[in-house]
Design a protein around this ligand. Sequence first.
Ligand code: AMP
Ligand code: MG
Length: 415
Amino acid sequence: MSEPVDLQELDRMRPPAEAREIIAAHLPRLGTEHVSLREAMGRVLARDITAPEDYPPFPASTMDGYAVFSQDHSPWREIIGTQNAGDTIDAEVTEGYAVRIMTGAPLPLGADAVVPVEATELMEDHVVIHQEDVAIGENIRPVGSDVARGSLVLPAGTRLGPAQVGLVASMGISPVPVARRPRVSVISTGDELVEPDQPIGPGQIRDSNRFSLIAALLAEPVEITFAGKAPDKLEQLEALLRERMATDDIIITSGGVSMGERDLIKAILFDTDDVQVHFRRLFMKPGKPLNFATCGDTLIFGLPGNPVSSLVTFELFIRTAIRQMIGETEVDRPIVRVTLTEGTSPSDRMEYQRGVVYADRNGKLIARSTGLQRSSRLASFLGANALLVIAPRETNYAAGETVDALMLGAPIPTP
Ligand code: AMP
Ligand code: MG
């Protein structure tokens, strides 16, 4: 038996920060799997990587040249061998002798410096050193100088990019322990929706949310297990949701959360015993009718149908939730303080305006909105690299005032 629901509390307009806390409190932590180095890009490390060995594992030359004894002042040296990368020769460098050495090759016994080939002159089996003073350790990378054995190279929770994948490989770790990818479904709802490649009839529109949401998801390590659309028919929609709840970690629907009779997502989530609805309204614009429910460990996000609302709510809540589930350290987009270039009138709710953040010539961050902010106008995202947070208040915002900006991309230089 489920507890009686306090409808007034359920439908209270929650500030976005409270909604994020509620979501965070219901996230399962996904397990670990091992993937090959070639598949590790974009995944999140499931455990700390400490260096099992020194890197470089031997004192290595950083130049092509001659391995010498630094205190040797002989006018010329006899070359007693060649040290290539990947082998070790059996020769000891003493006064009057040198070994030809290649970049990355181990320093031969007795040598304590490398003179680059540019500072030498070869005369048959001798080499003349034209460099006045040769310091101990010159052009040599000491053992463990890049990474010391036992040091923490990458903490658990790190997102693997090209450099991180290279570091993991250089530490000899293969396969790589990473968080399992959440299984995600994307479902567009609405009788009016048609496929983008189909002709549209009267009153119809093309389904764009499914594709913008998939595109937004592709930047995260997720497995998209299903993507499709469903009509505003109770039984069909419910059957599809049930099917997805059985296998997915996250179900994202769009549409069907407004106040209309055909807005079935709200009704379906609410009517079922094993589904817990956590909130249905937020104190924000766009995105007021965002629904959040759970069924066991499955998260269900009922996004508003308007294309801008669905992307903004994805950005604020779902991206963060995914990153938390996989144990990623960086879960939020960075927030910076920006100066408005033009005034704006606040809404009655917390507003997230699509904006462009510039760095002016002094490095000061300035911002302007991308124009008409209506929630159906997907073009308001074009050129935007930030969401400008315009808090509700009595008076208008004037040019020169500062607000928070949630950065979606890097600030751009003054155009
Ligand atoms: P709803 O939340 O179902 O009332 O939808 C709100 C608005 O968003 C309506 O104008 C819908 O036609 C539009 N909409 C809903 N779903 C989509 C979608 N998948 N792609 C584009 N627009 C949509
Ligand atoms: Mg609809």
